[in-house]
Design a protein around this ligand. Sequence first.
Ligand SMILES: [Zn+2]
Length: 64
Amino acid sequence: MFTCRNQPCGAQWELSDVVIKNEGQGLLFRCPMCGARNKVIRHDAPDGTVTYEQDNSIPPKSAQ
Ligand SMILES: [Zn+2]
């Protein structure tokens, strides 16, 4: 579960709801509701499973 960190938004999304990509500053997803960038951290498990964890250490950026 991811939470949009754009304050007035705060929408929650499942991994299947968002597209995770690298726009040059690390992996992120854009909130489908407001377009804000939310950083994520990729984890590769030993069995090849890839999971993503929201990175809450960096302040959110607006869609601008
Ligand atoms: Zn949002």
